[in-house]
Design a protein around this ligand. Structure first.
Ligand code: UT7
Length: 339
């Protein structure tokens, strides 16, 4: 049997500009108190006008390559998960391949909204374990500010920009990808979407004036699906890899809302609350990048110990959802103290 796929390096990138709840109070009728109590968010990052999904993704990728000790010409394939590509085509993956000088690599975008990182991880695991490739660069990157309506208080408080990356390989050292479970329900596609800009409704004066190039979300409905689907995907994934709930050391849920995270955490009653990793307060919801950024931070903060099981779970438009179990091992440079 082929060797199990491992994550041998991670990286992330957050733009410098901070958008606080106080800033949002100046933009829409809202309050810091409402945002904190309903979402747990205090601030989020916004990309500069000259920063794009591709440039943020390339920065995260460089950090992941450095963490794995690889050069870009050692990458065989690049998968980019995003719902805010630089262009409809060419793919953002091709732009990043060029930016990195990863000349040997094939490159493709995938779109699974906020579940994108887990979908990309699953594809990478499959391609690695079947021996198709040796080193795959997985990137999730989002410039959500480019499709957020800063006049709509029900959505603009939620979203932030940022990117995450990891290298999936059979060689080297790092957390093994024990199993991945993915799901989707296209019947609920209208709960969370951007109505215009695709072939059904190409950009027009009407679509622009109607605000149809922005994220539209039925927040309450999405909330209920999010909790239910992340719980079921997580439990199915644990069953798939033969683990009991009490064997989970860390839970990294999609950072959509602190109330969703808390509701999820309650369903894992053995897990102390400080084992549920949260970045939602400082970065908001960065869609596909969210669990990848959190995983990078958990590892770089040195919190995970060898042999611990890390459960990742995400949920998003589509609807899509998923979960993955990692078994932690340090990256190759851990012993050098430079993880
Ligand atoms: O990443 C993909 C997954 N995304 C999610 O999972 C997001 C899921 N949804 C949510 O996180 C929450 O539904 C929201 C944060 C979007 C909204 O929170 P909520 O507790 O569900 O509020 P609500 O939509 O039920 O609205 C309650 C009230 C409404 O006023 P009325 O109708 O009761 O008078 C809203 O108009 O709060 C009002 N409201 C606000 N008030 C102050 C909505 N947004 C705001 C706001 N500031 N920003």
């Amino acid at each position: 049997m082929n060797k199990k796929a491992k994550i041998i390096g991670t990286g992330s990138y957050l733009p410098q500009r901070v958008l606080t709840n106080r800033d949002l109070e100046q933009m829409v009728e809202t309050s810091d108190e409402w945002i904190v109590s309903r979402t747990g968010m205090r601030e989020r990052r916004l990309a500069a006008p000259s920063e794009y999904t591709s440039s943020m993704g390339a920065s995260a990728a460089r950090a992941a390559l450095a963490s794995a000790g690889l050069e870009s010409n050692q990458i065989d394939f690049i998968i980019v998960a995003t719902l805010t590509p630089d262009y409809i085509f060419p793919s953002t993956a091709c732009l990043i391949q060029h930016a990195l000088g990863a000349k040997r690599a094939g490159a493709v975008d995938i779109q699974a909204a906020c579940t994108g990182y887990l979908y990309a991880l699953a594809f990478a695991k499959g391609l690695i374990e079947t021996g198709v490739y040796q080193n795959i660069l997985v990137i999730a990157s989002e410039k959500l500010s480019s499709i957020t309506d800063y006049k709509d208080r029900s959505t603009c408080i939620l979203f932030g920009d940022g990117a995450a990356a990891c290298i999936v390989s059979t060689e080297g050292s790092g957390p093994s990808i024990e199993g991945v479970r993915l799901g989707a329900d296209g019947e609920q596609s209208e709960l969370l979407m951007m109505p215009a800009g695709g072939c059904r409704k190409p950009a027009s004066i009407d679509s622009v004036q109607g605000g149809e190039h922005y994220i539209k979300m039925a927040g309450n409905e999405v909330f209920k699906h999010a909790v239910r689907r992340m719980e079921s995907a997580s439990k199915e994934c644990l069953e798939l890899v033969g683990l009991k709930e009490e064997e989970v050391a860390w839970l990294i849920p999609h950072q959509a809302n602190i109330r969703i995270i808390d509701a999820m955490a309650k369903r894992f009653e053995h897990l102390p609350s400080d084992r549920v990793f949260k970045t939602v307060g400082k970065y908001g919801n960065t869609s596909a990048s969210s669990v990848g950024i959190a995983l990078d931070e958990l590892i770089k903060e040195g919190l995970a110990q060898t042999g611990e099981n890390i459960l990742l779970t995400a949920f998003g438009g589509g609807l899509t959802w998923g979960a993955a179990v990692l078994r932690f091992a340090p990256f190759r440079d851990c012993s050098e103290g430079t993880v």
